[in-house]
Design a binder for this molecule. Structure first.
Ligand code: LLP
Length: 431
């Protein structure tokens, strides 16, 4: 199986985290997001122990909430001792309302408004990750008006193309995020920040992309970042206290994807960083990264009920479900691959189908050309694996469908973390 939390019972029915997927669908309804809490915690502990053994006790993984943000996730992060990367007042507010400590929040975003900046300062967010010079000026004004000295990391663009898909490539020189090193603008950015009384420049941030499997990408990033740190010390006399290398480790969506050995990769990053820093005569800063996908993706599964099976002789066949691009837009946006499983045996004969949703557009495909039992029919349950990241968080109300609930699986039990959106919820903002 794709991941060890996906198994089959002796009668062939599908189990997730040891629980019957059909029984969960009967109890909670479909479409349904399942989240294996035990797996999330295991992934958090894997990161924490890899960070501590590679970098020492003060190194901290920050969970990138954009992958999946709801209260219960932040309660888990607080309990597991991870920091949090947030990109909006909505993510910050969700974390705070779950009791997550503001000082452990790192606040991202390339388009922070005055209201956003004020919101984060007034709620005591620990660190701003400043994306650009305009934000820096505005943050200085707001911090000064409040008599604060705000800790920041400066986001720079090291100029690395991680060769994943275009929409999630964030480290190349001409992307919209951060300030490029190559053009000399990053040095001016640091200089400007150093000249601001209410800004405490703690360190640097970069993020080169998502779904990265190429081990070399993070090592080249280390080289570039240390090169820039040495230039800054030479030119401005500043030695950074923190270094944040962003997120990006890839996960297995299909059997064709490799398995990333994250502790081993982090060990290599640590070795490279120590050797480059010692060549440059720089101390080892506190080390941070922001994993999102690799903490929650394999903890997720989405379950649908088949509404209809449509066979168009000489063309193709569709399995049409009660979900679609509203709960998983990733194939529509990125052509992302997924593993799709029938939840119960239906004979040996198989056929190829496009797994479609019920939105009113022909591009509403969850996954094309998948193999399912030929006898698949209305009322059957279909599971899409590895949907824990960027599914619930990217869901929409297109066609006024409500978002599915999020049900957590823990120690053989299930409980509701986010309830199903009803028509009243969708209507709540209409006057
Ligand atoms: N830090 C920053 C600054 C980021 O931009 C991201 C992802 C992360 C951390 C977390 O990266 P991860 O560990 O999850 O790869 N919606 C797309 C993914 C967009 C990623 C955006 N940034 C998808 O569904 O594949």
């Amino acid at each position: 199986m794709l991941c060890d939390n996906i198994t089959r019972a002796s009668d062939g029915t599908l189990l997730f985290a040891g629980q019957s997927v059909n029984a969960l669908a009967d109890r909670w309804g479909t479409p349904l997001y399942l989240m294996d809490e035990d797996r999330i915690r295991q992934n958090c502990r894997m990161y924490l122990s890899a960070f501590r053994s590679a970098f020492g006790e003060d190194a901290l993984p920050l969970y990138a909430g954009k992958a999946a943000a709801f209260r219960q996730i932040y309660r888990i992060m607080a309990e597991e001792g991870l920091g949090v990367d947030a990109v909006s007042p909505g993510e910050i507010g969700t974390a705070l309302s779950a009791g997550y400590p503001a000082e452990n929040i790192y606040y991202h975003g390339d388009g922070k408004t005055d209201q956003d900046i004020a919101f984060a300062l007034d709620h005591g967010v620990g660190c701003f990750i400043v994306d650009n010079g305009d934000e820096l000026i505005s943050l200085q004004e707001h911090a000064s008006a409040r008599g604060l000295r705000q800790k920041v990391l400066l986001r720079i663009t090291p100029g690395i193309d991680p060769h994943t898909y275009h929409a999630i490539n964030t480290g190349a020189v001409d992307v919209k995020f951060g300030v490029p090193v190559e053009t000399g603008q990053a040095m001016e950015f640091v200089r400007a920040a150093l000249g601001m009384k209410n800004i405490d420049v703690a360190g640097l941030h970069c993020h080169v992309g998502s779904m990265v499997f190429d081990e070399d990408v993070f090592l080249r990033t280390v080289d570039l970042m240390v090169g820039f740190m040495a230039d800054v010390r030479g030119e401005l006399g500043l030695v950074f206290r923190e270094l944040n290398l962003g997120g990006g480790y890839g996960v297995r969506y299909t059997d064709d994807d490799p398995t990333a050995d994250i502790p081993a990769r982090i060990g290599e990053v640590a070795a490279r960083l120590r050797s480059r820093l010692s060549e440059a005569g720089l101390p080892v800063p506190r080390f941070l990264m922001e994993p999102g996908r690799s903490i929650v993706a394999d903890a997720g599964m989405t379950v649908y009920t088949v509404c209809s099976v449509k066979r168009i002789p000489g063309y193709k066949s569709y399995v049409i479900t009660d979900g679609g691009m509203t709960d998983n837009p990733r194939y529509c946006l990125y052509g992302s691959a997924y593993t799709v499983l029938h939840t119960a045996p239906r004979g040996k004969l198989r056929a190829i189908f496009d797994l479609a949703g019920r939105c009113c557009e022909s591009g509403d495909i969850i996954q094309p050309a998948i193999s399912l039992p030929a006898a698949t029919g209305r009322g059957d349950r279909i599971a899409v694996c590895t949907t824990g990241a960027y599914n619930y968080s990217m869901a929409s109300n297109y066609n006024r469908f409500g978002r599915p609930p999020v049900v957590m699986l823990r120690g053989g039990e299930s409980y509701l973390a986010v309830r199903r959106e009803r028509i009243e919820d969708v209507l709540a903002q209409d006057l």
